[in-house]
Each structure stands twice: as structure tokens, then as C-alpha cells.
Ligand binder design. Structure first.
Ligand SMILES: C[S@@+](CC[C@H](N)C(=O)[O-])C[C@H]1O[C@@H](n2cnc3c(N)ncnc32)[C@H](O)[C@@H]1O
Length: 265
């Protein structure tokens, strides 16, 4: 069992606490509370993003008929997880979860258990090494790459700086998927409050973590050559919102996340 180091805050568990999840410890909660005191809007991006993820997976399983999901940048499992949402619509749905954080994977192994009809698997791999993901035994075993797959890149691409060629990486992954596959992404943006997000990038940089928020046009480039599903690339709260998501109506500035779903022709 990996050492979970529950005595020090861990970014994914702090994120879990912001989402209202249960996989967090006193040190994580203290760090999250300090962040919320400094920035009262800090709950908005994670929560609206998670609601977007739920609507996207429901759309893919229910309306687009997708049965296979490759979720890169899983995060600490927080209910409802991708396989729970997908298997609620299609019990035979299969999900491969990928993350490069050993602590995330340790929690994931314990928590991400499939329906009897479907399957889940976990891969410890880095998005910046797409070959490692595509050739992993779990991906080859659980996903049939001859049939459509939904590639989920939800709140992860802003952790890949331009120096690491994020467009080449996503192109390589999309090239490996058959026609009729989908890509869903969400991505932080500084379009609405540039100074605030430049500050957040700087805080991450000090901690040795790359974070690069991008303008809408740069996020749209990830989906070049694909057919956007309505309503296209927009602030995530406007992507097929449901009544429960609209209640409380956060501003675009507070959300600062764009999202889209697109189909490979
Ligand atoms: C903000 S969380 C998003 C979690 C989940 N997708 C969601 O939207 O609720 C980002 C996750 O991406 C993972 N991550 C960041 N960079 C990564 C990389 N280069 N390769 C794989 N995973 C990465 C982190 O460990 C973290 O679990």
C-alpha cells in the first residue's frame, strides 16, 4: 500500500474536500479552508466542473451510445465517479482511469469498483507520455480500440504547459481512436479575470507545478478537425445545464472554465 501521508495536505484530497467528497484528512481540510478564506470563489470552478463532467458522461452514455471511456486525470474518486454515471445509463460501460499521482491511484484502487456487467481499471501514467497510456496492458485489455471511445480530458490540460506540446499529445491520443469516438475537455481560462489567474499560475509555479490557463481560441485548437456537439465550446455552466446546476447561477468570472464535447468524424 502506498504511503498516503495523511498528515500533510495533498492537492487532490484538498480538491476532494472542495467538491464535498469524503476522501480527505484534517491537514487537507485546513488547507482548503485557508484557500477558501483567501478566495471565497474557490469552490466554484471545482464544483461546476464536476457537474459538467456528470452531464457530459450522461450525454455520452445515454445519447451518444458510448460504452468505453478513457478518463485521463481522474483525481481522487468523488461520487458520482465516471463509471457510476456511465453505468447508471449503461451497466456494461467500461472505464479506464489514468492519473500520474500515486496517492490518487492508491485511493482509486480502493474506491473505483465497477458494476458486475461493466469494468474499471486504473493506469499509473502521465498524459505527457501518450504512448505509455495507449500501450498499457489495462487499456488494451479493457478497451476495444476498434469501437468508439470517449476520451475525457477534464480539468487536466491546464497542467500541461506549451513546452510539453499539449496539442501534439492530444492529437496522438485522438489519432488512436476510431471514427465515432468523442473527446470531452474542460480547461481553466484567464479570459474573464486575467490578473487573478496570472496570480494562481504564479502560486503553482512557486510550488514547482506547471499550470497554464488558456484563452478560448487556444482551447478550441485542442478540438481542431472534430465536430463540436451543441452548444460547442463555452463556459461549462452553459453546456447543457440542468435545473439543479442553474440554481445559484455563478458568474463566468467565478467559473473561469471552458468545456466542450466533440465527435471524431
Ligand atoms: C483538477 S484534478 C481533475 C479531476 C477530475 N478529472 C475532475 O474533473 O473532477 C486534475 C488531476 O489530473 C492529474 N494530473 C495532472 N497532471 C497530470 C499528468 N501530466 N498526467 C496524468 N495525470 C495528471 C492530477 O493528479 C489530478 O488528479
Amino acid at each position: 500500500m502506498d504511503d498516503l501521508r495523511t498528515d500533510v495536505p495533498h492537492p487532490a484530497r484538498v480538491y476532494d474536500y472542495l467538491l464535498g467528497g469524503k476522501t480527505n484528512y484534517a491537514a487537507d481540510r485546513a488547507a482548503a479552508e485557508a484557500g477558501m478564506a483567501a478566495n471565497p470563489d474557490s469552490l466554484v470552478p471545482p464544483r461546476t466542473n464536476r457537474a459538467f463532467l456528470r452531464r457530459v458522461v450522461t450525454y455520452l452514455a445515454q445519447e451518444a451510445g458510448i460504452r468505453q471511456f478513457l478518463d485521463i486525470g481522474t483525481g481522487i474518486p468523488t461520487e458520482p465517479n465516471v463509471h457510476q454515471v456511465a453505468q447508471a445509463a449503461a451497466p456494461d460501460a467500461r472505464v479506464v482511469y489514468v492519473d500520474n499521482d500515486p496517492i490518487v491511484l492508491a485511493h482509486a484502487r480502493a474506491l473505483l469498483t465497477s458494476s458486475a456487467e461493466g469494468r474499471t481499471a486504473y493506469v499509473s501514467a502521465d498524459l505527457r507520455d501518450p504512448e505509455q497510456i495507449l500501450t498499457s496492458p489495462q487499456v488494451r485489455d479493457v478497451l476495444d480500440m476498434e469501437r468508439p471511445v470517449a476520451l475525457l480530458l477534464i480539468a487536466i490540460l491546464h497542467f500541461v504547459g506549451d513546452a510539453d506540446d499539449p496539442y501534439g499529445i492530444t492529437r496522438r491520443l485522438i489519432d488512436a481512436l476510431p471514427s465515432g469516438s468523442y473527446v470531452a475537455l474542460s480547461h481553466l481560462t484567464g479570459d474573464f479575470v486575467p490578473e487573478k489567474w496570472a496570480g494562481v499560475e504564479a502560486v503553482y509555479r512557486k510550488q514547482g507545478v506547471t499550470m497554464q490557463v488558456r484563452p478560448k481560441a487556444a482551447i478550441a485548437r485542442f478540438l481542431d478537425g472534430l465536430d463540436l456537439v451543441e452548444p460547442g465550446l463555452d463556459v461549462i455552466t452553459r453546456w447543457r445545464p440542468e435545473p439543479a446546476d442553474i440554481a445559484g447561477g455563478a458568474s463566468d468570472a467565478a467559473v473561469s472554465v471552458y468545456g466542450a464535447v466533440a465527435r471524431k468524424p
